[in-house]
Design a protein around this ligand. Structure first.
Ligand SMILES: [Ca+2]
Length: 185
């Protein structure tokens, strides 16, 4: 757990890879996605489920990716990366994956899988990950957004940093508005 926390918060996320389209089938609370991409050096064939359209306190994903090195005579590193937009103004608290990190700038959870393969070889990677989320305005970390959190916000009023949820540079009424939307009482 501590390692996952460290990884999620302190490590810069991997840069984006070449994008490709996936086909999505949406059920009530889950989304099934599948797709593949091939070029002269590699192919990637992926299928996964997640709750990306119904994320509240938790994001989960389960999937499989086949990575194939299509080079004729060279070993090759084949990578697959999944980028999932998280709801605005939430932190990723916990995760069980060292393959993942959260990009605060883009608001995307980034998971990357890769392996070095001999010419013509394929490796299948399965994953099943769950990430806990919490609202940014739970400033005291007790799991709720209450008067205690408003007290902390007001104590920071006009200041930069903690409590500046929208990154405007200071704690102001826009940050209070975010807190009220996330209010649990
Ligand atoms: Ca709180």
């Amino acid at each position: 757990m501590l390692l996952a926390l460290f990884f999620l918060f302190d490590v810069e996320c991997a840069a984006s890879l070449v994008e490709f389209d996936v086909e999505r089938i949406v059920f009530e609370d889950r989304v099934l996605s599948s797709g593949s991409v091939t070029n002269e050096t590699r192919s990637v064939d992926v299928s996964y489920m997640d709750n990306r359209y119904t994320i509240e306190s938790e994001f989960w994903t389960e999937g499989t990716v086949d990575l194939t090195n299509l080079r004729a005579i060279e070993n090759g590193l084949v990578l697959y990366q999944q980028r999932v937009p998280l709801p605005d103004y939430y932190h990723v608290d916990t995760g069980n994956s060292e393959a993942a990190c959260y990009d605060f700038d883009s608001g995307y959870l980034v998971m990357e899988f890769g392996t070095s393969l001999e010419p013509g070889a394929t490796e299948t990677i399965d994953w099943s990950y769950t990430f806990g989320l919490s609202p940014v305005s739970d400033m005291d970390g007790d799991g709720r957004v209450t008067a205690s959190d408003i007290g902390q916000l007001l104590a920071r009023w006009g200041e930069p940093g903690t409590g500046d949820f929208d990154g405007s540079g200071v704690v102001d009424s826009l940050d209070l508005a975010i807190m009220l939307v996330q209010w649990t009482g």
